[in-house]
Design a protein around this ligand. Structure first.
Ligand code: ADP
Ligand code: MG
Length: 383
């Protein structure tokens, strides 16, 4: 697959699809991580004398009012500070103002177009990959670079649409995600252990089905553990239950008995106890310390570890020890260690364990789909 390094960018109009979908409150960016993460690709294009045209979505545009809160204008201001360079913001997604500004760019200049999803009004041209829109946007540049991993699992006009009409490659962020995730999933050093948690089994069926085949062990915690425990005949009280997936869990447990490791103790809203001592009134909210120790035995020997889904309701301090315990174990072992999923990534970062990981995938839905073994349309089109 071509990357930005494979092109001569000199004097070329280079469209870079970045992920500037940052949280904004009252016009103020509350977390600029995504802008910072895009700098490497943008700076590379600038220093190679490209005329840089940036495109991104921001939030959803369902009605006119959404345009006020989801304008990319504040992003252009922050980006300009970070690049220490003027960023020309164009408050339009098509038309002569945009076209003229692009034609007036000098080598090394940077332009940011308004939120691609402004084209979703009235008829979802961006999100439904309207062919005319992809073609039009492609006509604005000479080369297209996709570096928005977080939307790569969607076929939109600003990724698949443009790439269908223009010479394309990937940027450094997507390259890093693929270089870390694909070998870990498809050609792991063994033992390969997966830690799965999070709220619901239904969110992770695809991940379970794909990884149960590939991994040597699957350690299950979080809310989803209780549907597996129920399937194995344990009383789970008021714990999270995914009724319609009990049969699925039974089947997985039966077919992969030696691979699936379930919690042996639990922290509920009332007490800490063995998994067999949960009463009808209580709700399991974290794995217990004995389970952390049990998981450690598997993790200590592993050479590849992929973690998706917090093992407890980590947002609450009293149910965060399981998730912190896993972080602490991983910190002390030498293996390829990958965390993926929005909440897993934020737990790991908030608890200060980012350095313990080989890679923390920032993609959310896109990372999950890679774990499911799916092809991401926004990347596949570039191949
Ligand atoms: P990710 O975003 O990393 O893929 P998920 O979205 O699947 O993870 O799951 C994260 C959510 O799961 C968190 O909000 C967490 O509170 C919740 N969770 C974890 N364990 C439990 C539990 N035992 N009961 C209820 N919710 C849980
Ligand atoms: Mg989540």
């Amino acid at each position: 697959m071509k990357t930005i390094r494979d092109f001569d960018l000199n004097n070329k109009k280079v469209i870079i699809r970045v992920d500037f979908n940052v949280p904004i409150k009252d016009g103020v960016i509350t977390d600029d991580t995504r802008i910072k993460e895009s700098l490497k690709t943008i700076n590379y294009a600038i220093s190679n004398n490209a005329k840089v045209i940036l495109m991104s979505h921001l939030g959803r545009i369902k009605e006119e009012g959404d345009k006020v809160k989801n304008t990319l204008k504040p992003v252009s201001v922050r980006l300009s500070e970070l690049l220490d360079k003027e960023v020309k913001f164009i408050p339009a997604t098509r038309g002569s103002e945009l076209e003229d500004a692009i034609n007036n760019l000098n080598n090394g200049d940077v332009l940011l177009m308004e939120n691609t999803r402004f084209e979703d009004l009235p008829d979802k041209k961006e999100s439904k990959n309207d062919p005319e829109l992809g073609k039009y946007w492609a006509s604005l540049g000479d080369i297209y670079i996709n570096d928005a991993f977080g939307t790569a699992h969607r076929a939109h006009a600003s990724n698949v649409g443009i790439a269908s009409n223009l010479e394309s490659g990937i940027g450094f962020l997507i390259e890093k995600e693929l270089e870390n995730l694909l070998p870990a999933i498809n050609d792991p050093k063994r033992p390969f252990t997966v830690i799965l948690g999070g709220a619901k089994v239904s969110d992770k069926i695809g991940v379970i089905e794909n990884l149960v085949i590939k991994a040597d062990y699957i350690l299950i915690g979080g809310g989803m553990a209780f549907t597996f425990l129920k399937a194995s005949g344990v009383e789970i009280g008021n714990s999270l239950l995914d009724e319609e997936n009990v049969e699925f869990c039974k089947k997985i447990l039966k077919e992969h008995k030696d691979k699936i490791i379930l919690p042996i103790d639990v922290v509920t809203d009332l007490k800490e106890c063995f998994i067999t001592d949960i009463t009808k009134e209580e709700k399991g909210l974290d794995i217990g310390p004995k389970t952390v120790k049990l998981f450690k035995q598997y993790l200590d020997n592993s050479k590849t570890i992929i973690w998706n889904g917090p093992v407890g309701m980590f947002e609450e301090e009293k149910y965060s020890n399981g998730t912190k315990g896993i972080c602490e174990i991983l910190k002390n072992i030498d293996a390829v260690k990958i965390a993926g999923g929005g909440d897993t990534a934020s737990a790991v970062k908030n608890f200060g364990y980012e350095p313990a990981f080989t890679h923390i995938s920032t993609g959310g839905g896109a990372s999950l789909e890679l774990l499911e073994g799916k092809v991401l349309p926004g990347i596949d089109i570039i191949k």
